[in-house]
Design a protein around this ligand. Sequence first.
Ligand SMILES: Cc1cc2nc3c(=O)[nH]c(=O)nc-3n(C[C@H](O)[C@H](O)[C@H](O)COP(=O)(O)OP(=O)(O)OC[C@H]3O[C@@H](n4cnc5c(N)ncnc54)[C@H](O)[C@@H]3O)c2cc1C
Length: 329
Amino acid sequence: MGSECGVLVFAEQENGEIHNVVYELLGKGRELANRLNKMLCAVLLGFGLEEKSRELIYYGADRVYLFDHPSLKNFDVIRYKHNIVKLVNEVKPDIFLIGATRMGRSLAPRIAAALRTGLTADCVDLDLDDEGNLVQIRPAFSGNIMAQIRTRTRPQMATVRYRMMKPLSRNPNRTGEIVRMETEFLENSGIEILDRVSASGVNLSEADIIVAAGRGLKSPEDLKLIEEVANLLGGVVGASRPLVDAGWIGREHQVGFSGNTVKPKVYIAFGISGSPQHLFGMRDSDIIIAVNKDPSASIINFSDYYVIGDLYEIIPPLIRELKRARGVG
Ligand SMILES: Cc1cc2nc3c(=O)[nH]c(=O)nc-3n(C[C@H](O)[C@H](O)[C@H](O)COP(=O)(O)OP(=O)(O)OC[C@H]3O[C@@H](n4cnc5c(N)ncnc54)[C@H](O)[C@@H]3O)c2cc1C
């Protein structure tokens, strides 16, 4: 293996917790770096994160560049960008990967613009061509085709969707190098954190059970039925885009191409037709159960189990059964 950094991964963290997408990127990054015969590196910014740097090594990194400074404790897009751009100019990785998370989506374009390089957003897979160029694979034309994108400029930057790549298993015997970097402290980044508020407790991407609703619902109040089923099953509520667009439910609940990609153990779809854009976000669920009154709805073909019928007739007895089984109410 050469000593150059072939692949650099941005190690997103919040309150000292590394986002799981980072481990997925390290898994894919390991494969790409091996094929390039170069090192897999990660960059971690924050404060008091030496321990966490080691985790990145256990999951595949050969070298971690650590910016450890009080000014980086909370995410500040300007300070993070400033230090990362300096690092990339020094290290010159061939490939720079960032999770397509809220943080990654705000950081990546700023870094790409500062480096005057291209950026492919929301990749679902990555590969190398015969010349070792990064092939960035992402849906195009509303998810109907998979585009393969190459970038002429360097580094080749991509954001990658969460839950698309496989992490390596954690190996605490893996060794690597932690390089402590000098943080350039920007006194005034123009950003001041006044308060921290959590938008919503829902985290669809991590959920094991999702009970989702679509345009089969007649009114926003009927979402209570879906919520009740979700609560009884210990799951969370998902939705197709029309419900989100109509303002019936928050965007964080949206499943699909322009929403969340999910991989629960069980996905139950009430009154969802199964458009390509919706299927894109949930087709990798372990078990898909569809409830729809139209036997020709596309989702039926993608489901492991289905019930043809009216959700308003099916949900009330289902709730009664679940309550009986749970011994509640
Ligand atoms: C660029 C782009 C991005 C998009 N991104 C997304 C995305 O991220 N997520 C997403 O979901 N969509 C997305 N869409 C929209 C997508 O194309 C579809 O319009 C949408 O998924 C349809 O939602 P639906 O299945 O709830 O509604 P419909 O297609 O209207 O289906 C409603 C279903 O409910 C059934 N039904 C009706 N009444 C009942 C009842 N009483 N009981 C049981 N079944 C009943 C009907 O038979 C039907 O199958 C996107 C579109 C574009 C162009």
